[in-house]
Each structure stands twice: as C-alpha cells, then as structure tokens.
Write a protein that binds this ligand. Sequence first.
Ligand SMILES: *Cc1c(COP(=O)(O)O)cnc(C)c1O
Length: 253
Amino acid sequence: MSKRIPLSPVVPCDMSDSKNDPNLTRLRENLQKTGQTIAEAATRSGRDSTAVTLVAVTKYLTTSQTALLPEAGTLALGESRPQQLWKKGAEIVAPNLQWHLIGHLQRNKIKPTLPLVSLIHSVDSLRLLEELNRQAALQKRTVPYLLEVNISADSNKHGFRSKEIETVLDKVDDYPWLSLRGFMAMASREGGRTRAEADFKKTKQLFDDLKKKHPQGANLTELSMGMSSDYDLAIEQGATIVRVGSALYEGVF
Ligand SMILES: *Cc1c(COP(=O)(O)O)cnc(C)c1O
C-alpha cells in the first residue's frame, strides 16, 4: 500500500498562457528556479527530483495573490494559520489543489479545518491527536498527519522533543481515524545554515532510527523540513517535503 500523498510537479509545465500578467510570469520564473534547486539537491542526495514535494507557503499573501499560485502551476499550498486556510480554501477553486496546514492547530479549530486539508504537518501534542481523532471519526474522514518534532529542543517552539517521539509512536494505533505519514521539523532560528544542516541531519537520524526499530516505522515515509533559506540543505539531508514561502515571491508581491 502506497502511503505517499498525490504530488504536484515542482516545476510548472505550462508557460504559454501567462495572460500578460507580469506577476504571474515572475512567479512562474521563481517556481522554475526553485524547482531547479530542488531537483539539483535531490540529485545530490541520490534521489529523483520527484521524490521531493514543494509546498508553497501562502501566509504572506492575500487570497487573490494566493490564487495565482495554482495558475502558475503549483498545486500544494501551505498555510500556517487555520483561519487563513479556511478563507483561502473556500475562495480559491482549482482542480487538484491541495492544502497543507503547517502551523499550530488549536483544538477548537479542528472541525472546519479537517474537510479542507490534505496533510496536517503540525501535530504537536497528545491532546491534539486525541481531539483530531474524535473529530475525524465524527466526520468519517481519514486524516493524514505528521508529528512535529522540536529537534532543537527550543522551549519557544511547538512539537514533541525527540526523546518523546517513541512513546507517541506507541500510541498511534489508538487513533484509527488518523494516518501517520512521518515527521515535520524546523531548524533553529539562530545559527544560520550550519546549525540548520545539523538540525536536519539529527531529524533524519531520528526518522531512520524509528523507521527501522518501531512497529510504526512503515508509516514513516514523509519528512517535512526546509524553508526558503535552507531547503536545499534539508533535501540533501533527506527531506521529502519542503515548505517554501518568501523565496517564491521575490520580485513578485
Ligand atoms: C512561514 C513558514 C514557512 C516558510 O518560510 P519562508 O522562510 O518564507 O520560506 C515554512 N514553514 C512554516 C511552518 C512556516 O510558518
């Protein structure tokens, strides 16, 4: 059984119909450049470029700006705030568009979020898992998710500490409406690319280790890590999903 979520191409393919919209043209160029960087980093890590999914992060954009993304050829969009996801998810209609929730989800926001999301990257507590499962059962929906790992053990960050992850995995079978796909992590804010690379390496080691030794290991297929300033490094270390925002919008919005 393949657990991989359906992917959208990282490189937009149809460059012909830009409707003379200069923003759309520049956005397509940025997407192409990003797709190229992704492909090269994937190659360096011994993988095919299709092994990595680009999630275009929309938190800086208005709804009408966000609507240009599927037009430019990118179909996996990521929002960090649930209310923004509800708004944009309701207003933007495009075939095969998928939404990813990448930011903290409060339990009272679960209900309207579930019908809209393809993947929740940011599951960061057992109480959230519990309530997600309860709401998913009520809606009769299987909900794919990632466990957020606070790899830098930063007390200001959401996510499970790496030493807690194993006990969380022990409980995954208690939530039959939820479908575990892997981990999400963010690099430390300080320390630049060197520190980011070390954080990604640690996350990948934890991922590989549990993949091997834990009964849930077979469900660990996705590793969401890397943002504008470090997604190339994240891919070299084994990311399967990168969440890129600002780099896509340079010179556009
Ligand atoms: C904003 C955000 C991103 C994208 O950040 P950029 O640096 O703009 O690429 C990725 N992941 C999460 C969780 C975010 O909140």
